[in-house]
Design a protein around this ligand. Structure first.
Ligand code: CTP
Length: 488
């Protein structure tokens, strides 16, 4: 990531009210480090979570906060603020901000700028999981996506108030990667010529002056034009924010998040040449398998599916078309992922093979190694003597090994290894035995099974990377980054 240069790129970072707003500071730092000129725009809600001083200090540029500030409006005006950017990023975007954007409200500076802006918009939502999965939010997201807004996240993971689920702001490096992908795509960085002309006409009509050409607006000094128009006038003169709607679609469809309908989670489209995994198809297995003894009993394990689901979400956030083959879990379906639910290992294998060809496969499922030799078709009854029936087990197919040696083998096959001791040693042996490319060796001596954090080692033929103990969402984000690198 350090190699990415965003020198001279202008990013307006809108920070709205969310506990995750502090992460916007890290995002601003990453953008600044890459050479981008970041202007912070703090909404009233955002200012309750981060201070204007912090955002201004990190961006090193005058902060925008208030539509009605005579000083700010005189210095640059909200229309000019919108016009002088290459990208507008809303991170975090609260549920309220998404609703305002969908409705086109312009009663604060962020609303007015977003309405006046005709170029690309990247939104990173952050909210409580039940707010994210509410149909109202889904409808707002769908509206924005139809207008060409790109979404990244939200991620699955621990939230404020000891909750957990889909709603976490994507990690700053992932948002940074999405920003870089948009800015590096010539189709997205360029302003729309027709909209530019309309904006020029609108500004000239309102202010009575001709607008300087956009190419000249490369620094703050260009903001010292005459006072901008009142918000209402501007909003009426500016054409709808549709300039880029046809040229890119969102990377996934959060509108369907959490509604339990696997079919509606189909990937909505990808950013052409944009996000790191655009155009790539990835298979992920997750959760346990249930191996039936009879219609009411089964053999299972404690896998929660949190890690596998987080990986699917992280891959989708990078633009991949993700097929998630999941055993029975209670974690919600990740947004924008094609979820195929199965129960037993043999069904998981069939679903995985049906998903081929894929560019990469990540086998994070805790597949039961054995299944009962025979599953009774009727509920097994206790005999007179109450004796326990004999339990004969047979091995299940090894999905990871099968995919690794498949005629349609994915270019990259990644397995997991749950180990309590000699973690790396066992993982190396597994790499050879299963024929996969990487093993994510998972130290389960602590609370990894079902917990929210993981300590992993990435074992490849080239060596071993020891990752620190991280939330599962961050393990997923790092792994997705590595997969994106490998597939390029
Ligand atoms: N796996 C699979 N199909 C199986 C068994 C395992 O795809 N029938 C995959 C898992 O998804 C994981 C890796 O193989 O990626 C784990 O390998 P496994 O041999 O089951 O290792 P452990 O669970 O760590 O168990 P063991 O202690 O037997 O090595």
């Amino acid at each position: 990531m350090a190699a990415v240069s965003l020198a001279g790129k202008r990013v307006l970072l809108v920070v709205s009210g969310s506990v995750a707003a502090y992460k916007a500071l890290e995002l601003a730092r990453l953008l600044g480090k890459a050479g981008a000129e970041v202007t912070g725009l703090l909404t009233a809600g955002g200012a309750r979570f981060v201070t204007p001083h912090a955002l201004q200090a990190i961006t090193g540029r005058p902060l925008a906060t208030d539509l009605w500030s005579l000083e700010e409006e005189a210095e640059r005006g909200h229309i000019r603020l919108a016009r002088s950017q290459d990208l507008v990023v809303v991170a975090p975007a609260s549920a309220d901000r998404l609703a305002r954007m969908a409705a086109g409200l312009a009663d604060d500076l962020a609303g007015a700028v977003l309405l006046a802006w005709g170029g690309p918009v990247l939104v990173a939502p952050a909210m409580n999981p039940s707010m994210w999965s509410h149909p109202a939010t889904g409808a707002n997201v769908a509206t924005l996506m139809a207008r060409g807004v790109t979404f990244i996240g939200p991620d699955d993971g621990p939230m404020a108030e000891a909750e957990s689920g889909v709603g976490r702001l994507s990690e700053p490096p992932a948002i940074f990667a999405a920003i870089a992908a948009i800015l590096e795509d010539p189709d997205h960085g360029a302003p729309d010529a027709a909209l530019e002309a309309a904006l020029d006409a609108a500004i000239a009509g309102i202010t009575g002056e001709a607008e300087a050409p956009r190419a000249a607006t490369t620094s703050d000094s260009s903001f010292t034009a005459s006072a901008g128009p009142p918000a209402e006038a501007a909003a009426h003169h500016v054409p709808p924010n549709t300039a880029h709607a046809s040229s890119f679609s969102a990377s996934f469809s959060p509108a369907a998040a959490g509604n339990g309908d696997a079919a509606s989670h189909a990937v909505a489209g990808t950013l052409p040449g944009g996000l790191p995994l655009s155009g790539k198809r990835v298979l992920v297995t997750s959760g346990p398998t249930h191996e039936p003894l009879d219609p009411v009993r089964y053999i299972a394990n404690r896998s929660s599916g949190k890690q596998g689901h987080a990986i699917a979400a992280a891959l989708a956030a990078l633009g991949a078309e993700v097929v998630l083959v999941s055993g029975p879990v209670t974690v919600p379906d990740p947004a924008g992922v094609d979820v195929r639910r199965i129960e037993a290992a043999r069904d998981m294998l069939a679903a995985c093979e049906a998903a081929l060809p894929v560019d990469a496969a990540v086998c994070a499922a805790a597949v039961a190694d054995w299944r009962p030799a025979e599953a009774a078709t009727q509920k097994m009854k206790k005999g007179e003597d109450q004796a326990a029936p004999p339990l004969a087990l047979v091995p299940n197919p090894d999905i990871l090994a099968t995919l690794s040696r498949h005629a349609s083998r994915p270019r990259l096959v990644v397995g997991f290894a749950a180990e309590t001791e000699k973690v790396v040693e066992h993982a190396r042996a597994k790499l050879a035995r299963k024929g996969c490319d990487w093993i994510v060796a998972n130290d389960v001596s602590g609370d990894a099974m079902g917990g929210d954090a993981n300590t992993v080692h990435l074992v490849t033929p080239g060596g071993v990377e020891d990752w620190p103990r991280l939330p599962k969402g961050e393990v997923a984000a790092r792994l997705a980054d590595r997969i994106a690198e490998a597939l390029h």
